[in-house]
Design a protein around this ligand. Structure first.
Ligand SMILES: Cc1ncc(COP(=O)(O)O)c(C=O)c1O
Length: 462
C-alpha cells in the first residue's frame, strides 16, 4: 500500500510543483477521447502502476488545469496543497458525515469550519449551515428552506426576484422546487450590473397590487459574469420591510470579507436570511466544497429533518446530524480539507490571496487599456474584469465585433498558454478574466495581455 501511495504522491507533488511550466490543458474532441478510453470493464485486474500510467497518459492531458496560473475562465478552482492533502485524508478516513453516531468527529469539524465562516461574515452564532457539493446545491437548499414559510396555497402565487446577472443555478433551483417560469421575475441592473433597491421596491409594489405574493430575492454578492455586488444593505432593509426572504449568492465573492475593501463592498451580507458561499472557488479548496448558511439556523432542519426506522439509534440532544440540513444522507467529510488548510496556512494567507487577485484584475485593466486594442466593458469588481476587443481605426458592426471576440477567446485557448471565457453583457459578447488563483503573478497577467494583443493585432474582420 505504501509503495502505491508513494507513486501517487510522487506524481501529485511533481504535477503540483510544475503547474506553471505546463500547458494550461486541452479539451479533445469527444470521438478522439472515446477512442482513447472506451473499453468493456475488464474481468481480470492489472497492476496499479499500469493503470496509473494510463491515467497520466490518457486522462490528465484531456482536462484543463483550472489551477494553472493563466486559467482565468469561468470561476476557476486552485486548491492549496494542504487542502488537497486534507481531502486525501478525508477519503482515507471515509468518515460518514451524515449522522453524528457514525461520524461525530467529522460533524464537529464541520461545525468548527461553519463557525469560522460565520465569524468571518459577521453572521450570528445561531445560524446553521452545511457544506454542499457546490453553489448550485446550496442555492437549491436555500430556496427549499425559504419555501417552508409559504402555505401550500401561497406557493402558486409566490414571486422569486432575481437580477439579470444571477447564476443560472437559481433558475434550475426554481424549476426543481416547482415554480412556474412566470413566478421568476428577472429585474434589470444598473450600469455597474447591480440591482438597485428601488427596482425591487417597484416590482414588489406592482406584484402586491396585482395579487401576487412577493416571496424571495436572490441577490448577487459577486456575480459570476462581472463580480458585481448588489447593494446588500439597502436590499436587506427593503426585504425585511416587505417580508421577503433575502438569499445572498456569495458563492464566488464571499472571501473578500477578509479584506477591509471587500468587507465594505459586501456590507449588509450578514443581514441576509441565507448565504451561499463556495470554498472551492476563492478559498483555494478542491472540488467539491460549497456551503449554505441560514441565519435562523433551526429553519434548515425544519425543512429537511426526517426520521426513519433505520435511523432510530441517533442520539437526541444537541449532537448535529448533517443529514437533517440538506438533501443527502451519505456525505463525505468535506470540512476536513478546509480545516487542514486554514490551520496550516492561517487566515493571513487567504487574505493575501484575495488582495493579490484583486490587484491582478486592476493590473490587467491597465495593461489592456494601454494596448489601445481593448475597451473595458465592466471594470474590475472584486477580481473579475470584462472587456472587448475593438479594432482601432475601423468601424465594425456589433455582430462582427461579437464574432471577433469569440474567435479571440478561442484562439487564446488554442495557444495552450492561457484560458479565458466569454460572457454576454448588455447582449454583447465580452471577454472575461476571473482571478482566484494563488499562483497567478504579475508576469502571468502580462503574458495573457501580450498574447491577446498579438492575436487581436492579427485578427481578420469576421
Ligand atoms: C455566483 C455563483 N453562484 C452559484 C454558482 C454555482 O456553483 P457550483 O458550480 O459550485 O454549483 C456559481 C458558479 O460559478 C457562481 O459563480
Amino acid at each position: 500500500m505504501a509503495a502505491f501511495a508513494h507513486q501517487v504522491l510522487a506524481w501529485s507533488a511533481h504535477d503540483f510543483a510544475h503547474r506553471d511550466r505546463q500547458r494550461v490543458g486541452s479539451s479533445p474532441p469527444a470521438a478522439e477521447l472515446a477512442a482513447r478510453l472506451n473499453e468493456p470493464a475488464p474481468e481480470h485486474g492489472r497492476p496499479f502502476e499500469e493503470v496509473l500510467t494510463e491515467f497520466i497518459d490518457k486522462i490528465v492531458p484531456a482536462v484543463y488545469r483550472t489551477d494553472h496560473p493563466r486559467f482565468l475562465g469561468f470561476v476557476p478552482s486552485a486548491p492549496s496543497f494542504y487542502a488537497v492533502l486534507g481531502d486525501w485524508l478525508a477519503t482515507t478516513l471515509n468518515a460518514f458525515a451524515g449522522i453524528w453516531l457514525e461520524g461525530a468527529g467529522a460533524a464537529q469539524v464541520e461545525e468548527v469550519v461553519l463557525g469560522w465562516f460565520k465569524d468571518l461574515l459577521g453572521y450570528p452564532s445561531s445560524a446553521a449551515g452545511s457544506l454542499t457539493s457546490g453553489g448550485s446545491e446550496a442555492n437549491l437548499t436555500a430556496l427549499v428552506v425559504a419555501r417552508e414559510r409559504l402555505s401550500f396555497d401561497d406557493r402558486s402565487r409566490a414571486v422569486l426576484y432575481v437580477s439579470g446577472l444571477r447564476h443560472r443555478s437559481v433558475d434550475r433551483a426554481a424549476a426543481v422546487i416547482g415554480l412556474r417560469p412566470e413566478q421568476v421575475q428577472v429585474l434589470p441592473t444598473d450600469s455597474r450590473f447591480r440591482l438597485p433597491a428601488s427596482t425591487l421596491a417597484a416590482a414588489v409594489r406592482r406584484d402586491r397590487e396585482e395579487g401576487r405574493l412577493p416571496w424571495c430575492l436572490v441577490a448577487n454578492a459577486g456575480a459570476t459574469s462581472t463580480g458585481s455586488v448588489d447593494p446588500l444593505r439597502d436590499l436587506a432593509a427593503r426585504c425585511r420591510a416587505e417580508g421577503v426572504w433575502l438569499h445572498a449568492d456569495a458563492a464566488y465573492g464571499w472571501p473578500a470579507v477578509l479584506t477591509p475593501e471587500g468587507r465594505e463592498l459586501l456590507d449588509g451580507l450578514a443581514e441576509a436570511d441565507s448565504i451561499t458561499l463556495d470554498p472551492h472557488k476563492w478559498l483555494a479548496q478542491p472540488y467539491e466544497a460549497g456551503c449554505l448558511l441560514v441565519r435562523e439556523g433551526h429553519q434548515l432542519a425544519d425543512a429537511f429533518r426526517q426520521r426513519a426506522d433505520y435511523l432510530s439509534d441517533l442520539p437526541d440532544g444537541d449532537a448535529v446530524n448533517f443529514t437533517d440540513r440538506g438533501l443527502a444522507l451519505t456525505r463525505r467529510f468535506r470540512a476536513l480539507k478546509v480545516w487542514v488548510s486554514v490551520k496550516c496556512h492561517g487566515l493571513g494567507w487567504f487574505r493575501e490571496l484575495v488582495v493579490r487577485n484583486c490587484l491582478a484584475a486592476e493590473y490587467a485593466r491597465r495593461l489592456l487599456a494601454a494596448t489601445g486594442l481593448f475597451q473595458v466593458v465592466s471594470p474590475p469588481q472584486l477580481s473579475i474584469l470584462c472587456f472587448r476587443h475593438v479594432p482601432p481605426g475601423r468601424k465594425a458592426g456589433v455582430d462582427e465585433l461579437d464574432r471577433l471576440n469569440l474567435r479571440l477567446a478561442e484562439e487564446l485557448r488554442a495557444t495552450g498558454e492561457a484560458f479565458l471565457s466569454t460572457t454576454r453583457l448588455a447582449d454583447r459578447v465580452a471577454l472575461r478574466l476571473c482571478f482566484v488563483n494563488w499562483r497567478t503573478t504579475a508576469a502571468d497577467v502580462e503574458r495573457v495581455v501580450e498574447l491577446l494583443a498579438e492575436l487581436a493585432g492579427k485578427a481578420e474582420p469576421g
